[in-house]
Write a protein that binds this ligand. Sequence first.
Ligand SMILES: [Zn+2]
Length: 440
Amino acid sequence: MNQIWIRNGLVWTGGDEPRVLSGGVLCQNGIIEAVGPDSELSKTTQGAEVIDAGGRLITPGFINAHMHLYSTFARGLPPKGLPPENFVEILEQLWWPLDRVLTLENLEPSAEVALLDALRAGVTTIIDHHASNGAIEGSLDVLARAAAKFGLRLSTCYEVSDRDGQEKMTAGIRENLRFARAAKDDPMLAAMFGLHASFTLSDDTLGACATAGRENDLPFHVHVAEAAPDAEDARRRGYEGALTRLHTRGVITGKSLAIHCVRTSPEEWKLLKKAGAYAIHNPQSNMNNAVGTAPVKEMIAAGLRVGIGTDGMEADVREELRAAFLLGHHLTGDPRTMWAEVDSLLRTNRHIASGLFGTRLGELKKGAAADVVVYNYRPPTAFEPGNFLGHLLFGFCRSPARDVVVAGRTRLLSGQPVDIDTAEVAARAQEEARKLWNRF
Ligand SMILES: [Zn+2]
């Protein structure tokens, strides 16, 4: 029997009815066996590995609902040509040329940097969306191997697009299906079917993807109306917008992720809701690309399920929650808003990840997955179930994780990743990034 007992902390349980208590969490064979005061848990531990939280905050692992692990090597890389003036130029001058020259060798160290950041931030589940048109086949396995090295849960998919021609498009479909078969029996992996965005996908390609996804029971993961040109393209094709087109073409299905939804209408939201799909908010990326942002408050009020992702801007979804909070205040001019919305973003991420991985994630409760984080944060003020967000947004969103357990295995201990040479990760990244930049 494998037991880890994280004791002597201040536990925030998460879940539908979060509780706060002094004590700890007992993990057994990858599952949470009990949450409670130390005096109670001490009765059931049998030779457990003990982590003493020293009065620090204990939470469930965080979930990032939209990430691009391949994006690390864009850090500091100037786009080609004149500075991009708009979103499409950012894609054409930075992201697409970058993904065309990525190799499987570059990909692994690029992902490792982001995974290390995630681990140190207490983000234990990553829902990734991948593109490397220069090296498609096997690319998702490289990401899965890297995630396994850090012990993190990974959902990934390949972004099918027509932008580089028929051959790359069909290779993308094949990679989605190949990975879905390979990942099937690994509880730390979950497959989705990836697509780029409506404006780089023909009707024929959407049809092929819809069929492949449906036949293999895969939810879709697609960028939707991130900027005006995607919505305008769909309107030129005779649809209300990009979301309507994707829905009509069969790639907005139950559990699917519609990323961004910046230029979508309340009429289109009904399609998303009816399909049982999710919208994903990425405020920092939206601000960075100067594309506007999704009206999250209105979307949630309309009954949409909206989650939150970082879109490759960084690995720490806590920063993204803070950005969503501040941006919501800024846009509405109302400082009373966004508390319930941020809470809802967190809850929706939990539902998305639990559905994808088929296990209860994002809560500390008997029977849930043993993904537990000790943050280097001792609350300086009263900590209660009702003020968790106050501590998160104005306090521990800046505190690194001290200890991280994923699926009942210790992956970060006293700030140090277990079995990972962090200097080697950095050195390898430097070397491979240089090679990539030389080809860019
Ligand atoms: Zn994205």
